[in-house]
Design a protein around this ligand. Structure first.
Ligand code: BG6
Length: 491
């Protein structure tokens, strides 16, 4: 089914780090796709910027190559590409000094376009300086927005410093903190599933749900980001943001309407209700792992230490943890989170397991009655499966089987599944912050993550090795087994 295209107002989008990896792989292709849908209103412009002193012509060449490399061949239309490249220009700016800002201002002020979006596709160390220069050069108008990527700090105090710095120049409704998981179609579908269907809501609580598992497993390793990753680790890189955002969407109360602050208020309540981890329970509730050499996607791969070129590292590439949400809805339902690099498969999913039936009327021959499970697959093969017990057809008495009611999005909806950045970029231009993290959410997530980081440090929590291409250290299995449960894909 083709989507309805709602045009966005004309915009100027300035991409700092315009020649970088994010711009090449995600931002340029996303903007190109949205132009092709006819969503842009003229005159909309994209201005690349970085330290490199290249010309606008050279930048257009770079963007053309990015489209060729990262857009599917069948979506590359030469007249669309030409039109897209015409809206591009390039201004070299050294964001750490005052060089280039006057030229950027001149370029921006060539038109009277109101919406200005400054995308900071650069190191977070530069966020504050750029915000300050934008202010000093009078580039911030009421319709100006700033877009920042994670990491927003590496703990609560550094996040507060960064948020304060941004807040000196921008008001909160101008700051768009990206968590690209929130732009994924299936993640938004989670809201549709919960709040556009009456079916699940009466069951959506600890009276009926036994446990929730959120897995974001990656088969890739460091992908050239060793420097960043070694200082972050899986907890900061994935749990503090993506996994906690997913947990919020599963656990939040329905907001009164789909308004940015109404939704984010509800998510914030969940974050603030997470039971803090402490030195007494950290060993029981969290497992850290680091990948060893192994076989991933049938290819032998090196260990984390070899990838890093170091003899020792205290950084986790895997984390599994158990948490609870201290409120009436969820008080007795554990949430298990798990993420890692170089795992057996690339799979992100949320598995909601319901309580078993209280009594079976079937005899032993019927087979085991397995509890219902709702599995929301975020990637790959996006879709939803509701696992149910049914009768095996045909003779042979009442034999029961556990099978899924399967709604694969690929087979239900035709057409391309848009990348998260497409939706998020258009929301920035519209000024819709629903899918962006508010300052208090980021800080509440850090507050809880800090309780784990501090407890790890104080207790010298060990890091267990796991072979690349597996589901993580065996201890992660023991952790959940202690609660008489198993990880959902290991059933
Ligand atoms: C990023 C992390 O935020 O998300 C990466 O920094 C990770 O380490 C990536 O690989 C995963 O995103 P996706 O969309 O590929 O699941």
């Amino acid at each position: 089914m083709a989507g309805k295209v709602i045009p966005i107002p004309p915009f100027d989008c300035v991409v700092f780090g315009g020649c970088g990896d994010l711009a090449e792989r995600k931002l340029i292709p996303a903007l190109y796709h949205r132009q092709c849908t006819g969503q842009f209103t003229e005159p909309s412009r994209i201005i690349g910027s970085s330290r490199s002193s290249i010309t606008s012509e050279e930048y257009r060449h770079f963007a053309g190559q990015a489209i060729e490399a990262h857009v599917n061949r069948e979506d590359v239309d030469s007249s669309q590409v030409r039109c897209f490249l015409e809206r591009l220009s390039y201004i070299p700016v050294d964001v750490t000094s005052s060089n280039g800002w006057d030229k950027l201002k001149e370029e921006i002020e060539k038109t009277s376009v109101k919406v200005r979006a400054f995308y900071l596709a650069v190191s977070p160390a530069l966020f504050g300086d750029i915000a300050m220069q934008l202010g000093a050069n009078s580039l911030i108008t009421p319709d100006t927005r700033i877009i920042v990527e994670k990491p927003i700090g590496r703990d609560l105090s550094t996040a507060c410093v960064l948020n304060n710095r941004l807040g000196t120049f921008f008001s909160e409704n101008q700051i768009f903190r990206i968590d690209h998981y929130l732009g994924k179609e299936t993640v938004q579908n989670l809201m549709a599933l919960r709040f556009a269907n009456a079916l699940y809501e009466p069951l959506w609580n600890s009276n009926h749900i036994d446990n929730v598992q959120i897995t974001v497993a990656e088969s890739v390793g460091l992908e050239g980001r060793a420097g960043y990753y070694e200082h972050a680790g899986a907890l900061r890189d994935m749990v503090q943001n993506h996994l906690l955002q997913l947990l919020c969407l599963v656990a939040m109360e329905p907001s009164a309407f789909l308004d940015a602050d109404a939704v984010r208020d509800e998510k914030l309540k969940v974050l603030r209700s997470l039971a803090p981890v402490n030195v007494h329970n950290v060993g029981e509730h969290t497992i850290r792992g680091q990948y060893l050499a192994g076989i991933s996607a049938k290819v032998p791969v090196r260990s984390y230490l070899e990838d890093l070129g170091k003899k020792k590292s205290d950084t986790e590439t895997f984390v599994a943890l158990r948490t609870t949400i201290a409120n009436w809805r969820w008080a007795h339902t554990p949430f298990y989170l798990r993420t890692g690099k170089r795992m057996a498969e690339r799979v992100s999913e949320i598995a909601v397991t319901f309580k078993p039936i209280p009594h079976s009327i079937f005899g032993r021959d019927a087979g085991q009655i397995i509890a219902n499970r709702l599995v929301i697959r975020l990637q790959p093969d996006e879709g939803v499966k509701q696992w149910l017990m049914v009768k095996d057809p045909g003779p042979g008495g009442m034999r029961l089987r556990h099978i899924p009611l399967d709604m694969s999005f690929a087979s239900t909806f035709s057409g391309r599944n848009p990348d998260a950045y497409e939706r998020l970029l258009m929301d920035v231009m519209r000024g819709n912050q629903t899918l962006f993290m508010r300052r208090d959410e980021v800080e509440a997530a850090w507050q809880w993550t800090d309780s784990i980081l501090e407890s790890w440090e104080k207790t010298q929590q060990p890091i267990y090795g796991y072979n690349a291409g597996t589901w993580g250290p065996p201890r992660a299995v023991s952790m959940i087994k202690r609660d008489r449960r198993v990880w959902s894909n290991l059933v």
